[in-house]
Design a protein around this ligand. Structure first.
Ligand SMILES: *[C@@H]1O[C@H](CO)[C@@H](O)[C@H](O)[C@H]1NC(C)=O
Ligand SMILES: *[C@@H]1O[C@H](CO)[C@@H](O)[C@H](O)[C@H]1NC(C)=O
Ligand SMILES: *[C@@H]1O[C@H](CO)[C@@H](O)[C@H](O)[C@H]1NC(C)=O
Length: 388
């Protein structure tokens, strides 16, 4: 019952958005084109518990998406012993998140290095460059075993994530070290906008900035434009990082990022009329109305739920909560802090699902080792159940 009301409200809202504002071109992963399966709600369920023999924190950095037929896919960083070279795992749920199984892998097909860090999955909301609506893009950081290089490569899948084809390389950087003065690139995030795929990423190659945030675009998934900065602090020691982006109901675009270095990784927000001009907009630090400041590895999404403006959802690494805003993220408007009951994790992914009430929150622990080493977990929460 709630779902159908929610769907009507969402459809009405979208129509209003198309007539009154600029159209909500693709929305948060394009809910309207999706099937409406039933999702199994649950907190902190495990997809995969890595063996104790795996290196470092064993797994981290979980990304989740819903395909148009309701299938859920997940990927994350594995720290399995090599050989074979690391590959990005793809696990799949075809029963609405009740169970997951190992489905496939995105292997590095071009560098001989492995597909090691920061996997990102994107479902195309419309046909693009020879791919169909619903086909998948994957971006990841291909890094050799000695961590001496970084390279953001893009792959596609036309069979729901079973097989993957290399498309192109966005950019190449130096050693995978987060120290200032090293020159790696990190953390790709893909978004379709106005006939282009944008690849946002973190960039340590510019000698004027310990790290900055930048993007490149492509119209054919083969060649990419020169990079344009989104956040580049005049203070060399500032390390803005971890871009995520979503379009909201007003037609505007929201970018979140962490501002590390002297800024202690406080989560920041930018609001722009299009996602190519974040570099011209000032970001503001997110602080909840209860005074809490989230820090580290934010992720943003937007849902139709929660009133005429829908609701922005952001998280950070410093706690397990969600930070919500029902006023389109406008600077100075309140952010509320909500306990969704899920575990805290580094760079948790927030992905709204096609029943218009469920949100998958995907985590895989933190940079910790030993008895506390990570598992790959997910929660599927009800937004209405959280008062959203
Ligand atoms: C998952 O399946 C792939 C083959 O697609 C295999 O190489 C990998 O070892 C499997 N992962 C686990 C944890 O079993
Ligand atoms: C929607 O957002 C606008 C812009 O922040 C704000 O003025 C308005 O009050 C919001 N509406 C509601 C119902 O919160
Ligand atoms: C991961 O799961 C295992 C059980 O497979 C459990 O013993 C361990 O405590 C879990 N780790 C965390 C951090 O919860």
């Amino acid at each position: 019952m709630f779902y159908s009301i929610s769907r009507i409200a969402a459809a009405t809202f979208s129509l209003a958005a198309i007539i009154v504002c600029s159209p909500l071109e693709f929305g948060p992963s394009d809910l309207f084109q999706r099937a409406n399966p039933t999702f199994t709600r649950g907190l902190n369920k495990h997809i995969f518990d890595p063996p104790a023999s795996w290196a470092s924190w064993r797994v981290v950095y979980h990304r989740a998406v819903q395909l148009n037929d309701g299938t859920l896919l997940s990927s994350w960083e594995n720290y399995a012993p090599e050989p074979p070279l690391e590959a990005a795992p793809i696990w799949r749920s075809t029963d609405g998140g009740k169970t997951y199984a190992n489905f496939s892998q995105v292997k590095d097909q071009v560098n001989g290095w492995g597909m090691r860090y920061q996997p990102f999955l994107y479902v195309l909301p419309q046909a693009f460059a020879g791919l169909k609506a619903g086909d998948l893009l994957f971006a990841g950081n291909s890094v050799p075993s000695d961590l001496s290089k970084t390279k953001i490569d893009v792959y596609s899948s036309t069979d729901g994530g079973l097989t993957w084809s290399f498309l192109s390389s966005v950019a190449t950087g130096g050693r995978a070290s987060a120290s200032n003065g090293q020159t790696p690139i990190w953390e790709p995030f893909l978004q379709l906008y106005n006939g282009q795929i944008i690849c946002f990423y973190s960039d340590q190659r510019d000698p004027k900035h310990g790290q900055k945030l930048t993007h490149q675009t492509t119209t054919d998934l083969k060649t990419w434009t020169a990079n344009v900065d989104d956040v580049a602090d005049p203070d060399y020691n500032a390390r803005p990082g971890m871009t995520t982006v979503v379009q909201i109901g007003s037609g505007n675009w929201i970018m979140t990022y962490e501002n590390c270095g002297p800024g202690n990784c406080q989560v920041h927000v930018k609001v722009a009329s299009n996602p190519l001009i974040f570099g011209t907009i000032s970001g503001y630090p997110l602080q909840a109305s209860d005074g809490t400041i989230p820090y580290g590895s934010p992720f943003v999404t937007w849902v139709y739920n929660g009133g005429v403006n829908g609701t922005l959802l952001v998280n950070g690494n410093s706690d397990s909560y969600l930070y919500t805003n029902t006023q389109l993220g406008v600077p100075g408007t309140p952010w509320e802090r909500i306990n969704a009951g899920t575990d805290q994790a580094y760079s948790r992914c927030l992905h709204p699902l096609g029943d218009y009430d469920s949100l998958i929150i995907a985590g895989a622990g933190n940079f910790q080792t030993g008895t506390y080493a990570n598992n790959v977990t997910y929660s599927i929460v009800s937004l209405s159940g959280l008062g959203i």
